[in-house]
Ligand binder design. Structure first.
Ligand code: ARG
Length: 457
């Protein structure tokens, strides 16, 4: 059999052109979606009396057979047949004869491919929501064990104030919560149906788009056929959300890499998530979080790639749009792989609470609290800030920490100091005092975890 569109041509396609323009090597991933779309279209054609019901039955039977064959890897997809749509249609005609050629009545590959992409992203978006949730569960579980574990909180990567380790971890829970919201919201637009738009202008056949939308579970039908066949905003949106997700994964990975370094030793990643060096026997490398951090490159690249493809593209379908697929598949697969690793990596990591606590004995992250102490006793905060700055300088020059100063030393800076200052300066007190909503005090962290659990339930 020659090309499905061969009628107008007098020459064979150049082999290089065939290879260059074919998309079957990657769009074969859409086999299930393509068959699903075709089944709905065929049924609608029958119901509307556009093709006889007995032909519909043959087509449906043939499509089911192709679906089975595809599942068992029994179909040989051919470059000569360009893409998944024509490969399937050719197979159908091969299986059931010329009647298979009736399937494409009132349809174009342009509305067909767009429909397949919508169906694919709907499935994948729902799966990804579940995978994000698994990561959130791992975070909540770890956090729950470490509400009272204190860690230096940083700004500018300089020690700032002690915080609960659970509080630090839970910050990522909320990032992933917003990611999930974004994914869910995007489904509204993924659920627009292009099918029935024809090549660009609609069709002369009396089709029923409500019926196909119902069969395929779409909520909205594109009201404009030209928009329907050339819109890839829903993919852009997915790639944008994916970029935000991988950013969150990368930030968390970066922290795990820093925390697991010899300089920090705050956490230890499980051996099963690390690798060794081929030359330095002592090494245990955090390859997994490093690679997760590195994956941002391709995910951002896929977004910029599609934005660039779409920029300046005239309506309606142009072959450029075929470039929408590989980046989308790659982002889906990268996110799947990354999220699947992240959850167990968090679950299995060892938290060195004592090392974290020890770090807090060797810093000035309680300095704000002495300023607050003086301010509470009536000194204007700005002045208190200045006094404490001098105390810290004195400490640095005399190799001491704030808890090690004598009462006399304190009183040489201000008469307002009394013995109660020592209790106020312990990291436990410093963290516990931040009891405002969303703060790091244990009560607040408990509340936050409770809220997170309700959201997950
Ligand atoms: N393989 C094509 C794509 O992915 C399908 C649509 C082709 N339409 C066309 N008019 N050539 O975009």
């Amino acid at each position: 059999m020659s090309k499905l569109w061969g009628g107008r041509f007098t020459k064979e396609t150049n082999k290089l052109v065939e290879e260059f323009t074919a998309s079957i090597s990657f769009d074969k991933k859409l086999v299930e979606e393509d068959i699903e779309g075709s089944l709905a279209h065929a049924k609608m054609l029958g119901e509307c009396g556009i093709i006889p019901m007995e032909d519909v039955e043959k087509i449906v039977g043939g499509l089911h057979e192709i679906r089975e064959m595809a599942k068992n890897n029994e179909i040989e997809f051919l470059i000569e047949d360009e893409d998944i749509h024509m490969n399937i249609e050719k197979k159908l005609i091969e299986l059931i004869g010329p009647v298979g050629g009736k399937l494409h009545t009132g349809r174009s590959r342009n509305d067909q491919v767009a429909t397949d992409m919508h169906l694919y992203l709907r499935t994948k978006t729902n799966e990804l929501i579940g995978l994000v949730e698994n990561v959130q569960e791992a975070i909540v579980e770890k956090a729950n064990e470490h509400i009272d574990t204190l860690i230096p909180g940083y700004t500018h990567l300089q020690r700032a104030q002690p915080v609960s380790f659970a509080h630090h971890l839970m910050a990522y829970f909320w990032m992933f919560e917003r990611d999930k919201e974004r994914l869910k919201d995007s489904l509204k637009r993924v659920n627009w149906m292009p099918l029935g738009s024809g090549a660009l202008a609609g069709t002369t056949f009396p089709i029923n788009r409500e019926m196909t939308a119902g069969l395929l579970g779409f909520e909205t039908i594109y009201p404009n056929s030209m928009d329907a066949v050339s819109d890839r905003d829903f993919i852009l949106e997915f790639l944008s959300i994916g970029s935000i997700i991988i950013t969150h994964i990368s930030r968390l990975s970066e922290e795990l890499i820093i925390w697991s370094s010899q300089e920090f030793r705050f956490v230890e990643l499980d051996d099963s998530f690390c690798t060794g060096s081929s030359i330095m026997p002592q090494k245990k490398n955090p390859d997994v979080p490093e690679l997760l951090r590195g994956k941002t490159g391709r995910v951002y690249g896929n977004l910029i790639g599609l934005l660039t493809v779409l920029k300046g593209l005239p309506l309606a379908y142009n072959k450029d749009l075929q470039e929408d697929k590989e980046g989308m598949f790659d982002t889906v697969e990268t996110l799947e792989g990354s999220l699947k690793l992240l959850a167990p990596m968090i679950e299995t990591m060892k938290v060195n609470g004592e090392v974290m606590r020890q770090a807090l004995n060797e810093d000035f992250s309680n300095a704000t609290d002495i300023a607050d102490y003086l301010a509470a006793k009536g000194m204007p905060f700005r002045e208190a800030h200045e006094v404490i700055g001098k105390i810290v300088l004195y400490c640095i020059q005399n190799n001491k920490y704030l808890l090690e100063l004598t009462m006399d030393e304190y009183r040489s800076f201000s008469e307002l100091f009394h013995g109660d200052i020592y209790k106020i300066l312990t990291p436990e007190h410093v963290a516990g005092a931040r009891n405002s909503y969303g703060g790091t005090a244990p009560d607040q962290v408990q509340k936050q975890i409770q809220l997170a659990k309700t959201l997950l339930a």
